[in-house]
Ligand binder design. Sequence first.
Ligand SMILES: [Mn+2]
Length: 369
Amino acid sequence: MIRILHTADLHLGSVFPEFYGQAANRRADQLATFDRIIALAVSRQVHLLLVAGDLFASPWPAKEVVDCVQAGFKRLLANGILPVILPGRSDTLRTADGVYGRNVFENVLVLDPHRLECVTLDIGGQSLHLHAGLAEGDQIVWPASDQGETAGVHVGLLHLPGVTASDGDADRLIESVPWRNGKGGYLVAGGLHNYREWLEDGRIVGCCPGSPEGLSFAEQGVRYCVMCCLGSGQPNIEKLPVNKRFFEEKSLDVSDFRSMKRILDMIRSFGNPDLLMRVTLTGQANMVLNTQVLQQQAADAFCYLEINDKTPLLGSALLKKLACSDSMCSLLVRKAQAKAACLPVAERPLLEEAVRDILERCQPLGGDQ
Ligand SMILES: [Mn+2]
């Protein structure tokens, strides 16, 4: 039995410009997740760790990132585990001075997809053929050989183009795997940032584990690397959770909340230091919501918090009430409503944003306390 642990799309050293103060912490999380993958490879006593592209976020990762990866690979090699890397789009080999061209990873097998390589390894007397495929545009090219016929286990490595490729596109690409009709073949894929597996007649023929540490709100929930056992029978896979933190999105209908304090308490009740959370406020608010104040006062309950206010303002029952009141804001509200009525629909959000901004300042804590 050949045991393989495979991952892809770690994007170590990502810049994370959208996460403000959390960017450095996220980079540390990524390295912690990389270490967890190394530890899993060791504890599961695999023969190979395969990375199907985008190990690094760029071909020129920072020294501390390279140091951490070097240390991890050394640990694997000391345990008789071979690291195999297929460069991806982010850490392409096509850059002369890139990380893979500097001989920094001794005894690590780096496959060049542009060379259409097929490498055969001897794993405890069993032949393992590693085929590095190249996905470009809407085509995949595989090394030309009599691969389907050669005895042993066949594993293809492929970095698929575009994280946004639709399921159908990916399926169509996968259909081109030349040894898929042979026995024991398996495809290790990267490039899709969320988990995907491909079955044929109930038998697993390939798997893309997704990013092991989410990079954005498009990569939510538990993240995995995949353990695969290959031998004479069907491949057998196991999903192993590896992520340090979790992305999650929630929508909160605020129609029944009478104060900002209540909304704040509710958002805080979702809190978890391992959560990168996006809360979207919906419904009809009973007060002018100040998302900045909510965000500031709830942020410490999360690793990262983002609040989006999608409640309507101009035209809401709240503003109708405000327009008729004798408060300082009523004149502003009436003028804004009159202005909105003659503005093209596309320009109303800007006006709404301006009115919201002013009203927030007039009523910083809003509603009944
Ligand atoms: Mn990627």
